[in-house]
Design a protein around this ligand. Structure first.
Ligand SMILES: Cc1cc2nc3c(=O)[nH]c(=O)nc-3n(C[C@H](O)[C@H](O)[C@H](O)COP(=O)(O)OP(=O)(O)OC[C@H]3O[C@@H](n4cnc5c(N)ncnc54)[C@H](O)[C@@H]3O)c2cc1C
Length: 389
């Protein structure tokens, strides 16, 4: 059995693990940091299977502030993550997000809009007429109007991940191709991890960045997280009638969402019956039965479509409140969590990586994210966020 020692071990090298690794090493390049990733191709990681949206449109102040920071990061990402002349390009496209609002959701939407504007965001209220004028294919009959975030948009998630990963490696972080089997403890504190290849990596700090796999690995240290892997399916459609302009990410009050993706339309919806578990199959019938009728009612021109392709990925759903769980687990010193992001983790990675690095290095935090602390899980204190998709 091979044993080695690190200052910090990160379990999972997806967007969260890589952002944490980068922020830690950028603050102190003497740190010995190991990122253990079971699949460096990231085939099943949620990061590469996301819909790549970033948006200001949340209802919780801290979620809005996280996204404000993300937008700042996009502007300097290429410069900051350049390694040996190789410049990452996350290709951020601020096409906007349009949330349709019905009578039931109007009060909450107007409250969120007020909060966003108060924080300096450019979100606008659009009347039904304005929506129809901008997007003549839409039939917003059932809606009261909508909120439009002009800065919201899409990026290349793989470039985002690789930007952090390559920069972290260039600064001295070691990525290890292995699978963490167990988080080890000693006298009530974290002591390191054991891997399936038989390595023991000792460390006083372990960060669980294992995405939808996080509850499984947390359980090896006796930590019970209210997080479940839930399969979400996304469909890419070839529509007979093509919109004249790109469609923004448009979210109906039911949660159905769609947007332009090149010459295609990408569509999805989170449903309560979505299966829990590690399955990655996707099913055309689901689109035909559950999504298509609703899509065609809102965009009658999409009555004639062909399914071009599809995919499934896992949301790490925080069953308590759908929000992130960030910080040290109160009952196990040294174990830090970046878990439970549900459907909005990609865009939260910059602020999360910075925050976790500040906590571990005991620095003043730039953005206080203690509202997401694991203590709320133990206290059963859910947060309220009405902008979950
Ligand atoms: C269909 C879909 C659409 C989404 N759309 C959006 C969106 O538009 N915007 C947004 O912000 N977010 C979106 N998300 C959510 C977002 O993708 C996730 O919140 C985010 O990618 C989580 O990153 P992560 O690093 O925590 O997890 P992952 O990217 O899953 O990375 C976890 C890594 O841990 C590794 N790992 C797991 N267990 C072990 C172990 N025992 N040992 C070693 N390594 C291990 C895995 O191989 C994996 O690479 C979407 C998700 C899905 C599924």
């Amino acid at each position: 059995m091979h044993t080695s020692s690190y200052d910090i071990i990160i379990i999972g090298g997806g967007i969260m693990g890589s952002s944490c690794a980068y922020h830690l090493i950028a603050k102190d390049d003497r740190l010995k940091i190991g990122v253990i990733e079971l699949d460096p191709s990231y085939e099943l990681a949620s990061t590469g299977r996301s819909c790549s949206n970033a948006r200001i449109q949340f209802s919780l102040r801290q979620n809005i502030e996280i996204s404000q920071y993300t937008f700042q990061v996009f502007k300097k990402f290429a410069e900051e993550m350049t390694v040996d002349g190789t410049i990452p390009d996350v290709r951020y496209r601020p096409e906007g997000n349009l949330f349709l609002v019905d009578r039931n959701g109007e009060t909450a939407a107007l409250q969120s809009l007020k909060l966003q504007k108060g924080l300096g965001c450019a979100t606008e209220w659009w009347s039904k007429d304005k929506i129809q004028a901008r997007y003549p294919l839409y039939n917003p009959e059932q809606a009261e109007g909508g909120t439009f975030g002009p800065d919201d948009g899409h990026l290349d998630p793989f470039a985002f991940l690789m930007g952090y990963r390559k920069k972290a490696i260039s600064l001295g972080v070691k990525y290890i191709h292995d699978e963490v089997e167990q988080i080890m403890t000693d006298e009530g504190c974290v002591a390191g991890v054991k891997t399936s290849s038989g390595q023991i990596l000792r460390a006083k700090f372990v960060i669980n960045c294992a995405g939808a796999w996080a509850p499984k690995i947390a359980a090896t240290a006796g930590v019970s997280l209210p997080v479940e892997p839930v399969k979400r399916q996304v469909f890419v459609l070839d529509t007979k009638i093509k919109p004249e302009t790109d469609l923004p990410l448009t979210i109906l009050p039911s949660g159905l969402y769609f947007r332009t993706e090149g010459p295609y339309i990408l569509v999805g919806k989170s449903l309560p019956e979505d299966p829990v578990g590690f399955s990655f199959s996707w099913h055309e019938q689901r689109f035909i039965d559950l999504l298509w009728p609703e899509l065609a009612a809102f965009v009658p021109a999409f009555d004639a479509v062909k399914i071009h392709r599809g995919w499934a990925g896992l949301y790490a759903v925080n069953r308590l409140d759908g929000n992130a769980i960030l910080g040290e687990w109160p009952e196990l010193p040294g174990l830090y969590l970046t878990n439970g992001f549900s459907g909005h983790g990609l865009q939260q990675a910059p602020a999360v990586g910075r925050y976790i690095s500040e906590l571990i290095l005991q620095q003043q935090v730039v953005l206080d994210l203690s509202i997401f602390s694991p203590q709320r899980i133990l206290d059963n204190r859910p947060l309220s966020e009405t902008g979950l998709v």
